[in-house]
Each structure stands twice: as structure tokens, then as C-alpha cells.
Design a protein around this ligand. Structure first.
Ligand code: SF4
Length: 384
């Protein structure tokens, strides 16, 4: 079996990625929030220039699928008119920011995220590797600990801001106006200390290899993390999920009628200003919905690297997944939809599906060459 291609970068709008159904054009919404008019325009652009399908990414971005070489340039111009395009693809790649969707008016999170985006847009901002990113996790409780990021702005137990390098508990206190310069200094330290040999690298791996953070970093108290979010009403609005994190243009346009939305890294959308479950088709509003217990990437035929179908299989297996467990179905060992370990992962191969337990899609299989018929609950989640 050939190894999947590791791109080492994320798609953007200016530098889209080719998939089996065309170009994937990723839009990095400013502050992770979209106004209704912008949502309607994105839905229309997805229909006109793509195939009408929109993905929610694990970094709280939206991705238009199915664009072509011919439609890409006019699509970018339309997105530019909406204020969604960076000055260059280097600036776009640097502006890799996930913002807690649970910020409150006046808590400083939106202003902090905007200042960070502005600083990363400057030509002298540190040119970190394509996957390198920032988390602004300054809501009432930290929620982004499990989300991929290299530099984290969080709160300490007494509500002050702290800056932390991913992979270490050590942090440094910062003020609202010093947090962004300190974050960029930490990114510069990462590069200068050899964190990205050959242009690739992540903070946690760099620290795990023995890199010592600057002396100002020390052990500081942190707030306890909030439990994993689930669909339902929240103080800030209604949190809605989508099967496999994919939305149709029609559903996105219907969401725009409800109000502004905040994108989340859990492939859910927070609809501001409503706490009742919307009746729009395509939304998962029940936290007990079995589809929340499965994750699946695009798989075949949409992804050229896939060795098998994923989403129909995951949809069929979802009701069989026991409460509190999770099943990841991946079209290859790359594991795009769920890069971390899962209790059970099925990986398509040229000869059926391999089953990996409590590991990532690249882990050692406990069973190999399984047919879809052999995938029973006891086979997927063995006890003892
Ligand atoms: S994990 Fe899925 S989406 Fe990612 S490369 Fe493999 S088949 Fe494609």
C-alpha cells in the first residue's frame, strides 16, 4: 500500500488544495464569526463556483468544495469583495487562528483575535510552517485544549491573560496589549531555536525534542477546562452540528436568516441570538444523535488518496456505537477527519478495512481485511 501524501500545509482561498471533487477553497473567517449577509453570499458562491457543498474544518474554517481552475479566480475576487481574502498566500497561511466561540461581549476576546490577525498580516510577521497556528482561548473557561494550535492565549485562575506554548504547562503572564507581541516573539523563538527544520515543525514536538522555553516561562495556575461541547442551547446562542461537518449551500443560506454565526473547531456552528432548536433540515440539534458518535473523512470517491468509501459506512455503523465511545472511519492512514487517537478507527485499505483500537489511523491494526459485513459492535469495540 502506498503511503498517503503529507502536504505539510493547509488549503487556503489563495492556495486551494485539489481533491477528488475539485479544488477545496478554505475561507478563514475573521475572528471565526460571519454576519448573515456574508453567510448568504458564501452560500451563493458555493453554488455558483463550487459544487454547493461546504465543509467545516477542525480549525473553525469553512471550505467550499468542487471549485475548478476556471472558477477559482472569480471566486477569490468575490471573496475579496467580502473582506475574506488576505494580501498574499503567505499572509493567509500565517493567519491560522482559532478563537473560542464562547466569548462574551466586552471580554476582550474579539479585540485580541483582531489584533493578532492584523499583526500576522504584516510582512515582517514570523513565517511559521503551514500547519502552525494560534488559539485565542480567553472565554469563561478554556475549550480549545484539544484543538491543534502551537501558541495559546488563555486565562489564569484570577482572570489574567497568559501565553502558553503548546506541549508545556509553563506560561508567561501577558496584558491585553502585550499578548500579541509576546505571541509573535514566541513564534520567532520557535523558528530561531530550530523548531521548523526544512520549513516544517510544530511547537509540542519541538519541546518534546528538548527545546527549552525562554526563562520567563514558568508554571502558572490555569482555569479548569470546560467539558466537550454538544449541540443544544447555550448562553451565547444555539450550537448546531452537521453530519460529518458538511453543510449544503441551502442550509447555510437558511442559517443566515437566524443571525450571525460563530464557527467552531468541533464542526459545529453557534447561532447567535437564538436558544431554540432551529427546524432547518440538515442540522443535528439533539446531543443524543448517533451521528455525533462517528467521524469520517471525504473518502472515496471524493478524495484521490482514499482506498475505500467512508461516510455511508460510518452512517450505517453509527447506531451500533456504544454510548461514550467513538468510531472514526478513514479513507487512508492519514486520518484527516480525526488526527488524534479514537477508541476505534476503521481504515480503508486495498483489501477491506483495518481496525485500529485506541490509536490514530496510522496505528497498528488489531484486525485487518475486514469486510463491511464483519463490522459488528463486538468486533469494533471488543471487551476484555
Ligand atoms: S484521510 Fe481521508 S480525506 Fe484524508 S487523505 Fe486519506 S482518504 Fe483523503
Amino acid at each position: 500500500m502506498s503511503a498517503p501524501v503529507i502536504q505539510g500545509w493547509c488549503p487556503g482561498a489563495l492556495r486551494p488544495m485539489l481533491s477528488g471533487d475539485g479544488l477545496v477553497v478554505r475561507i478563514r473567517a475573521n475572528g471565526g464569526r460571519l454576519e448573515p449577509d456574508t453567510l448568504r453570499c458564501i452560500a451563493e458562491l458555493a453554488r455558483s463556483f463550487g459544487n454547493g457543498l461546504i465543509d467545516l474544518s477542525a480549525r473553525a474554517n469553512v471550505q467550499l468544495r468542487g471549485a475548478s481552475e476556471a472558477t477559482h479566480a472569480p471566486l477569490v475576487e468575490e471573496l475579496r469583495a467580502l473582506g475574506l481574502i488576505d494580501a498574499s498566500h503567505e499572509a493567509e497561511a500565517r493567519r491560522n487562528i482559532v478563537v473560542t466561540p464562547f466569548w462574551a461581549e466586552g471580554d476582550g476576546t474579539a479585540a485580541l483575535a483582531a489584533r493578532l490577525a492584523d499583526a500576522l498580516a504584516l510582512p515582517d510577521a514570523p513565517q511559521t510552517p503551514g500547519k502552525f497556528g494560534y488559539a485565542v482561548d480567553t472565554g469563561p473557561a478554556p475549550v480549545l485544549g484539544g484543538i491543534s494550535a502551537d501558541i495559546r492565549i488563555e486565562r489564569d485562575a484570577s482572570d489574567g491573560l497568559i501565553l502558553r506554548a503548546d506541549g508545556s504547562d509553563a506560561a508567561v503572564p501577558v496584558a491585553p496589549d502585550s499578548a500579541v507581541p509576546a505571541a509573535l516573539d514566541l513564534a520567532r523563538w520557535f523558528l530561531a531555536s530550530g523548531g521548523a527544520p526544512a520549513g516544517r515543525g510544530r511547537m509540542a514536538a519541538h519541546l518534546a525534542r528538548g527545546a527549552a522555553l525562554p526563562e520567563t516561562f514558568r508554571s502558572l495556575s490555569r482555569r479548569n477546562a470546560a467539558p466537550a461541547p454538544a449541540p443544544g442551547p447555550l448562553r451565547q446562542g444555539f450550537l448546531a452540528a452537521f453530519a460529518f461537518g458538511q453543510i449544503s449551500a441551502e442550509t447555510l443560506a437558511a442559517l443566515a436568516d437566524l443571525g450571525p454565526v460563530r464557527l467552531t473547531p468541533w464542526r459545529m456552528i453557534l447561532i447567535e441570538g437564538t436558544t431554540t432548536a432551529p427546524t432547518i433540515p440538515g442540522l443535528i440539534t439533539d446531543p443524543a444523535d448517533p451521528l455525533l458518535k462517528v467521524t469520517a473523512c471525504t473518502g472515496a470517491p471524493g478524495c484521490p488518496q482514499a482506498l475505500g468509501e467512508t461516510r455511508a459506512l460510518a452512517r450505517r455503523l453509527a447506531p451500533l456505537v456504544p454510548q461514550g465511545r467513538h468510531l472514526h472511519v478513514s479513507g487512508c492512514t492519514k486520518g484527516c477527519a480525526h488526527p488524534g487517537a479514537a477508541p476505534a478507527t476503521l481504515v480503508a485499505t486495498a483489501k477491506g478495512y483495518d481496525l485500529i483500537l485506541n490509536d490514530t489511523a496510522a496505528g497498528n491494526p488489531a484486525r485487518t481485511r475486514l469486510t463491511p459485513e464483519a463490522l459488528t459492535p463486538s468486533a469494533l469495540f471488543p471487551t476484555g
